[in-house]
Design a protein around this ligand. Structure first.
Ligand SMILES: Nc1nc2c(ncn2[C@@H]2O[C@H](COP(=O)(O)OP(=O)(O)OP(=O)(O)O)[C@@H](O)[C@H]2O)c(=O)[nH]1
Length: 335
């Protein structure tokens, strides 16, 4: 049995804040240093869009179809123990869904450390500066509360997307996050670019309280409710509700027109704040990874090493799922 304790790092932050962008940098840097990482990815939808593009030689485990923090906490522990025992990595990174409550994930890690030699090191929360600024201006709501919780749970804060805010606004956001969490170090980034040493450095204590699933005592850092409902209605579309969040996963049957697809993304209602997927266009042979995060759209040409699903995931609150699906069906043309 491997006697070395495997350090575990948690990557959290609201939907679209830049976690995967950071994870890709972490993996590149680990490769350059000859370190063997393993990763555990969690998605609210029943498909892991970016997970399909991770290099084959990196041990990876997925917890899908829910948030590891509530539906599958047991799965998280099990997956962690398996990753540790089967691959004996030098380090494990967990990327949680953007709607995860990090304290529950931290619980899952500590639970797993009873069965494998694991140690939770840092909780890194990536913050979308512009999105948080907008939420600060509104000053309430469940998304705002969740963002605050994720910030409070971290001992390292990556204040990302600073290219999208003015200096004055950045300092407002910075003041708020340091006010909510005075213990965490803050790094300001564009596209999550930072010195990786900071990720592995020892930071201040984790704002962590041990609690049982149902009747834990809430304290300053632990003020979240656990009302989760789940729906399963449509045969090929998965809906789940994490607190206030709706997810629609749509599997394309054919190809779409690229211009029409871009126009479709541009007119998405404000209630949809995150979408991503892999799509085949009628007018090109390449596949594209598309990203829609807080009104910004990105397309990236991809050449996957293995066969991937052509799929789109939409995450938001209070939008019409049937309308969205019917728009997608109209775009989705059989070859
Ligand atoms: N302008 C700008 N865009 C960024 C920055 N960082 C990331 N992005 C873009 O934001 C989008 C979302 O980034 P991801 O890294 O996928 O975000 P995420 O937190 O993993 O998203 P979820 O997995 O849905 O929670 C992508 O299109 C990125 O290219 C940044 O600093 N500035």
């Amino acid at each position: 049995m491997n006697a070395t304790v495997i350090p575990v790092y948690v990557l959290t932050g609201f939907l679209g804040s830049g976690k995967t962008t950071l994870l890709n940098r972490i993996l590149e840097e680990a490769k350059a240093r000859g370190i063997k990482p393993a990763i555990l990815l969690n998605e609210v939808g029943d498909v892991n869009v970016e997970g399909q593009l991770i290099e084959k030689d990196i041990p990876m485990s997925e917890v899908l179809g829910g948030c590891i923090c509530c539906t599958s906490r047991g799965d998280l522990g099990l997956e962690l123990v398996q990753l540790a025992q089967e691959h004996q990595p030098d380090v494990i990174w967990i990327e949680s869904t953007g709607v995860a409550q990090p304290l529950e994930i931290m619980d899952g890690v500590t639970e797993a450390s009873l069965y494998a030699k694991l140690e939770l090191k840092n909780v890194v929360t990536v913050v979308d500066a512009r999105h948080l600024l907008d939420r600060l201006r509104i000053g309430s709501g469940k998304t705002f509360k969740l963002m605050k919780e994720q910030i409070q749970a971290a001992n390292l804060l990556v204040l990302n997307k600073i290219d999208l805010v003015s200096e004055e606004d950045l300092s407002e956001v910075h003041d708020s996050i340091t006010d909510w969490n005075p213990y965490a170090e803050v790094v300001k980034t564009v596209r999550s670019e930072l010195d990786p040493a900071i990720l592995y450095a020892e930071h201040d204590k984790l704002n962590y309280c041990e609690h049982s699933d149902k009747d834990h005592v809430h304290d300053e850092f632990c003020g979240h409710d656990h009302t989760h409902e789940h729906e399963h209605e449509h045969p090929h579309v998965h809906h789940s509700l994490h607190d206030h969040v709706n997810v629609v996963t749509y599997y394309f049957k054919g190809n779409v027109d690229s211009n029409a697809f871009e126009a479709f993304l541009k007119q998405l209602p404000d209630e949809i704040y995150r979408a991503k997927g892999i799509v085949a266009f009628q007018d090109t042979v390449s596949l594209f990874l598309f990203q829609y995060a807080y009104r910004e759209i990105d397309f990236l040409r991809i050449t996957p090493q293995k066969s991937v699903n052509h799929v789109a995931v939409f995450i938001g609150e209070g939008f019409s799922q049937s309308e969205l699906i019917s728009q997608l069906e109209q775009l989705d043309v059989l070859a």
